[in-house]
Design a protein. Sequence first.
Length: 485
Amino acid sequence: MAKAKKVFVCRSCGAVQSRWVGKCPDCGTWDSLDEESLDPNAAKDPQRGLIAGWDELNGGQPDESRSPVALPISQVDANAEPTMRISCGIAEFDRVLGGGIVPGSAVLLGGEPGIGKSTLLLQAAYSWAAKGAKVLYVSSEESARQIRMRAERLAEGRDEKDPARKASPAKADDSLFLLSDTNLARIVEQTRKVLPQIVVIDSVQMLYKSDLSASPGSVTQLRRCCAELVYLAKASGIAVVLVGHVTKEGTLAGPRLLEHLVDAVLYFEGDRYHSHRVVRAIKNRFGTTLEIGLFEMTGRGLQEVPEGSGVPAAMLGGKPRPGSVVCPVLTGTRCLLVELQALTATGFPGAAKRKCSGLDTNRLAMLIAVLEQHAELRLFDRDVFASSVGGVRIVEPASDLALLLAIAGSHLRRALPVGTAAVGEVGLGGEIRSVPQAEQRLREAARLGYTRVLVPSAMKLTVPKGVKVDLIAVGSVNEAVGKLE
């Protein structure tokens, strides 16, 4: 029998070292190497058991269609019908996935504890089941009875919001299977018996394989369990949704290998003490990564935020508010009107604070420098705080003008007139640059009651037909600051 060999695996990048060192040579992370035993049988095919299990469904005969065959690119059928997606009926979740989940795909969903990952997936599982898809919900952290009790708490809101569930509750209940287990072999066995179209694993960090000596959640267990679940999805055509824990830095726990293995990586963002939640895709092989899904946590679970939601002009009150400017920003195919707020306070020269929430800190520092250089505002001894209201993280450069005016308005105690929005990118020379898809931004601003919009003068815009909004062209930072009253 081959003697087991000790190796050290980095929990951050998955690199293998022959001896322990304080700093991983590959990724530079400190104190991230864990001791593990190298399996002498690692050369064997780890998927042999899965292949044999699925071959039993074909009468004991191997399914040769799964064997890969190299073909010339000219012989690949480019006109083949695209894979039909499975829609869950939750429009915001389907939007992030690209229109629904693809059969045979693997999706990884991460987020902070208590933010609503299990709630969202349980609602999605019920919706999939109501539409006729067989779903297996595997929980490694809760019992089946706990899941049933949580599902009953969500039932009232689900019956009102989900027409398919209300029309056929028995169909949804009979198509949704619950399993509470942490052993991967038993989970795969139940999957072969149930033959679902979608499998939800909550969460992958708790799964283990009994033939590995490492504890659940270790790099070895995570890598092996995730690899076999992804292979299960590809070999059987079952869509697999994995829930992943996050570290204190906000990244998915475990090696980056998990994100490379799956087809889509979704992040659940937002403050657990606030009602709004944002689902964002950072990787998607079957769709764009620019879309976001907006939800609101209520007593009946997660509810979708209406399409095109934003800050209506009527909500801002009838008086101008210094330090507050609304900007129409684009996230994928949708336009949101987000309120940007800024506050300046007395600080100490050389130790002034620059803090922001939901915005890019580097962008904030750049805009402060532009105001000091081109608008002659004294901000080097002022603490500056900025935030985006509503929990949506803003990274688009088109929000520069709104944030700059919020900082200047707070410092000068002046504000834009009521019902005015601003959009534009600010350059280091103090110029206001153009932004894409301006017509869509203007239409959404007019729909929510805004009557004036500050736009870059370089764009030469005209008001779209049917849109009642006045355009105020500004070409420089000084012109924009001069519009504050």
